[in-house]
Design a protein around this ligand. Structure first.
Ligand code: CA2
Length: 143
């Protein structure tokens, strides 16, 4: 089983800026946790970050027939991108939306997700654990 983890804009700054909102864990540390757990569970993972919307669209399209599940923290593009929604809907791979923060306890503009309706489900507000919970969810929807 192969799971593709995608991370959107500014998540490369995780742990380096705004620790009050996003915590002190870096994206590299989250990736290491995911790789270690995935290894334990015998699952193959790819973990990527980009600031470019078009690169996320390309990666989603290219996942066809390569990955079984996509886990995506689309960051700010969650709230703006019809292109990413169309890519998820077009690729036909079950996709899980995740967020570190609880987007519903934050500003109003973060309450709307363009991708939620085309995702299998959403995990939001558990910090770095959102990624581990998504790994579990990804495995369970394939069983
Ligand atoms: O809570 C999440 O995971 C978000 O997807 C994070 C996005 C935000 O736009 C979403 O509404 C919720 C922002 C990611 C930016 O991360 C930073 C980390 C450190 C410093 C600055 C930005």
């Amino acid at each position: 089983m192969k799971i593709l983890f995608l991370n959107g804009p500014n998540l490369n700054l995780l742990g380096l800026r705004e620790p009050a909102v996003y915590g002190r864990v870096t994206l590299a540390e989250i990736e290491a946790q995911i790789r270690s757990k995935a290894n334990e569970l015998g699952v193959n993972v790819d973990f990527r970050q980009t600031n470019a919307e078009s690169e996320l669209v390309d990666w989603i399209q290219q996942a066809r027939e390569v990955f079984d599940v996509i886990v995506i923290n689309a960051a700010a593009y969650t709230h703006t991108s019809v292109a990413i929604r169309d890519a998820i809907s077009g690729v036909g791979i079950p996709t899980i939306e995740i967020h570190l923060s609880n987007v519903y306890s934050r500003e109003e503009f973060r309450h709307h997700s363009w991708i939620a309706p085309v995702c299998k489900g959403q995990i939001t507000g558990f910090g770095a654990n959102s990624y581990l919970l998504a790994l579990q969810a990804a495995i369970s929807i394939q069983l």
